[in-house]
Design a protein around this ligand. Structure first.
Ligand code: CTP
Ligand code: CA
Length: 232
């Protein structure tokens, strides 16, 4: 009876979702990381799978359990994530970039543990820029493929959360960009979330809020409408 109540509007749809946060190695025991836990991306993967999609999760250091029925490709660094997303996105109908990808990585990884010594100045970590995975996926997008990005923003002197989100939506060219305000008590970890969803022109197409599962449901509704062309 339960199966009859499960909407399978995404049966036959192939989806790939990235989640978590990349780690960029400094030496064999240290990395530069971020506060992405994978919760929001995993919730999106679970919602897509629940609605019948065939889901691959590219998981960067995801700290929580993976939903049943979701295929997992584990990755550590931004470069690994880029390769895994490229491989999986080729024949995907839906691509969701939820992972927090490091913008920069150490230019070199020390082959042995970096040691401290009395009277020796601390080392400087030189950084290089990582590829923009989402931009690469948008550039390689095939007709009919729906690409979704996330943007974690804080307001600043240059503009509000939404100002920054609109500019990013236009710059990134993803079909949908889910903008959320992040702070110490919002966005990261096991906390409620709220997103404003913009299209590639920067126009608002929807909002979703509540638990990360609620946000996932709202976002997947917008994705489903773009795939089928029908508002669900
Ligand atoms: N993203 C990506 N590759 C990167 C950086 C970000 O694919 N090297 C993706 C994220 O997964 C997210 C979207 O781009 O879906 C926006 O990420 P965000 O960090 O908000 O934007 P940036 O373009 O990196 O800009 P900035 O951090 O300077 O605000
Ligand atoms: Ca960034």
């Amino acid at each position: 009876a339960l199966a009859l109540l499960t909407p399978t509007d995404l049966a036959g749809v192939r989806a790939v979702v990235s989640a978590g946060g990349t780690r960029e190695p400094v030496d064999p025991v240290r990395f530069l990381g971020n506060r992405g836990t994978g919760r929001q991306g995993v919730a999106v993967a679970a919602e897509l799978a629940r609605r019948g999609a065939d889901v691959t999760l590219v998981a960067a250091n995801v700290e929580i359990g993976i939903p049943p029925g979701v295929a997992v490709v584990p990755v550590t660094t931004a470069l690994e994530l880029e390769q895994a997303m490229r491989d999986a996105a080729g024949d995907a109908d839906v691509v969701v970039m939820s992972a927090a990808v490091a913008d920069f990585r150490p230019s070199t990884t020390a082959p042995a543990k970096v040691k401290k010594a009395d009277g020796v100045a601390p080392p400087t970590i030189e950084l290089v820029t990582n590829p923009d995975v989402l931009a690469g996926l948008v550039a390689a997008r095939h007709p009919g493929q729906v690409i979704v990005g996330f943007a974690a923003e804080t307001g600043d002197d240059a503009g509000s959360v939404l100002d920054h989100g609109r500019a990013k939506a236009r710059r990134k060219g993803a079909d949908l960009l889910a903008v959320n305000a992040v702070g110490t008590d919002q966005g990261f970890g096991d906390v409620p979330n709220a997103v404003v969803v913009l299209d590639a022109a920067g126009d608002e197409v929807g909002r979703a809020g509540g638990s990360k599962a609620d946000v996932a449901r709202g976002l997947v509704d917008l994705v489903a409408a773009r795939i089928t062309g029908v508002d669900t």
